[in-house]
Design a protein around this ligand. Structure first.
Ligand SMILES: Cc1cc2nc3c(=O)[nH]c(=O)nc-3n(C[C@H](O)[C@H](O)[C@H](O)COP(=O)(O)OP(=O)(O)OC[C@H]3O[C@@H](n4cnc5c(N)ncnc54)[C@H](O)[C@@H]3O)c2cc1C
Length: 461
């Protein structure tokens, strides 16, 4: 036993990778794919060189990865590409901004405080990936080679897929040039930074407008959602439930006809939560339909759906379809839905064995949430470390994620989470996971932000 252990440690990285990669790949990643794994891993340097790891994206997943890899790998050379220069952001807080509870500044942290020592931070976006030569090119034209590439680039919001709108943007992108619809007071979307910041004002104006209507007039309010494979579907529900509460508080709920139109008919990928949300909609008098939004005519405030149905609106909230973006599709890395094509449990790319994905970019069936990141990052870090140390990787991701929904009742929150068998999970034991709780409000508004920013992202949680 002892000898074997020593032998493994004396292997150069290439041999160790071969030993662990081939042996375990056959078990862990399937035998056909094991061949591909040998091909890419044979290019590894010997132990006379550091292990070169490139991370695309320094959001929640990329930062957490960088901190954990830095501690886990014996001799790493980690490079993180992230174009957002000055700030790191607490993205789950966009819901609190959108519903007027927090302001934008409460989400902003100094980027410098989130760069682990010894990690090279390149303030530039990756613009191309050469999977044959194992290298990426950034906006400045510089090329960086990698032994492992980890994609943590989050989700792109594809507003341009809806005729009449433009824009393919990342949530926290500080838009230099806004699309014209973004300044339209009759349109809102909680999913991007400026959209969340504007939403509260738009809701306030809408409630005032309802107050000014006569009793036989009604506002037409429309929420649309492309499909359920998006990050935090609960954010759109939070916006809807908050608006209902604001209308109720002002005594004008009866002056608004609200319709939610979900393209795939789903409000959660989990059947239990899906029917729970639909029951809440019924209770709150919200019409539910399942057609895809085809186009928006902002000049006449009207939309068309796939079933040819047209509707006028006084206010339209849009949840667009999401994917990883053109760079990754053009590089042959995405699945049919536009997410990085990884194996669910290992987060390893199905064809390129030295490529992994974590966070929103990963094509898994998990709830795309920050809560999924801890376990995903641990899986990838432990896998790379095991291979690097000549051991068999044995950690797998079980698909956990958890989303926040602000309830219609003031200062009350529901956490959507479920286990592998789709059974709803309570965050605090003995509490009903299908109910809104006031104590969850305090967890969400007081504790989660420091926990995520200093616990999760710094790699301690
Ligand atoms: C409104 C809203 C509410 C949410 N609520 C919750 C919640 O309650 N609970 C929860 O757990 N999660 C929630 N989330 C989801 C959570 O914020 C995300 O799941 C999490 O931020 C994903 O992290 P990520 O690192 O994968 O992506 P991001 O944090 O989006 O980071 C991706 C990073 O990659 C960078 N990038 C993109 N392309 C490139 C490139 N080509 N080169 C270099 N860098 C690139 C981007 O600039 C960005 O900084 C919410 C999200 C939103 C929008």
């Amino acid at each position: 036993m002892m000898k074997k252990h020593t032998d493994i440690h004396n292997l150069n990285r290439r041999d160790a990778l071969k030993l662990a990669g081939i042996g375990s790949a056959a078990v862990l990643f399937g035998s056909e794919e094991a061949e591909a794994s040998v091909g890419s891993l044979q290019k590894k340097p010997s132990k006379t060189k550091p292990l070169r790891i490139v991370i695309i994206g320094g959001g929640m997943a990329g930062t957490t990865l960088a901190y954990r890899l830095r501690r886990a790998i014996t001799w790493p050379e980690i490079t993180v590409f992230e174009p957002l220069r000055t700030s790191a952001w607490y993205q789950p807080g966009l819901t609190m901004v959108g519903t007027g509870i927090w302001c934008e500044q409460q989400l902003e942290y100094k980027r410098k405080a989130f760069i682990p020592e010894g990690v090279r931070w390149i303030e530039s976006a990756v613009v191309s990936i050469d999977t044959d030569l194992n290298r990426v090119k950034d906006e400045n034209g510089n090329e960086t080679e990698y032994d492992y590439l980890i994609i943590a680039s989050g989700a792109v919001l594809d507003y341009a897929a809806i005729e009449g709108l433009e824009g393919e943007i990342a949530s926290l992108e500080m838009l230099e040039k806004k699309a014209s619809w973004m300044d339209d007071p009759a349109i809102g979307s909680i999913y991007y930074f400026h959209g969340a910041a504007q939403l509260h004002e738009r809701f306030t104006a809408l409630v005032q407008k309802a107050v000014g209507l006569s009793d036989d007039e009604k506002l037409s309010i429309l929420f649309t959602q492309e499909n359920i494979h998006i990050k935090s579907p609960g954010a759109a529900l939070s916006a809807l439930f908050t608006l209902i509460r604001k209308l109720k508080d002002a005594g004008v709920r009866h002056k608004a006809e609200i319709t939610l139109n979900a393209g795939d008919g789903r409000l959660s990928a989990n059947d239990t939560y899906d029917s729970l949300y639909k029951k809440i909609l019924k209770r709150e008098g919200v019409f539910f339909e399942s057609e895809r939004l085809m186009n928006v005519d902002t000049a006449i405030k009207a939309v068309n759906f796939t079933n040819q149905k047209s509707m006028g609106y006084d206010f339209l909230h849009i949840t667009p379809s999401m994917h990883t973006g053109r760079l990754f599709t053009q590089s042959g890395l995405t699945d049919k839905d536009g997410w990085i094509d990884v194996e669910e449990r290992t987060l390893q790319h199905r064809h390129f064995k030295n490529i992994f994905a974590v966070g929103d970019a990963a094509g898994t069936s998990a709830l795309k949430t920050g809560a999924a990141i801890v376990d995903q990052v641990k899986t990838v870090v432990d896998t790379i470390r095991a291979i690097d140390e000549g051991k068999k990787p044995d950690v797998t991701y079980d698909g956990y994620g958890c989303d926040t929904v602000l309830c219609v009742k003031k200062k009350s929150v529901l956490f959507e989470a479920y286990d592998k068998k789709k059974k709803p999970l309570a965050l605090v034991e003995f509490m009903n996971p299908l109910e809104c709780h006031d104590i969850y409000w305090y967890l969400n508004s007081r504790m989660l932000k420091p926990y995520v920013m200093y616990g999760v992202m710094k790699g301690w949680a």
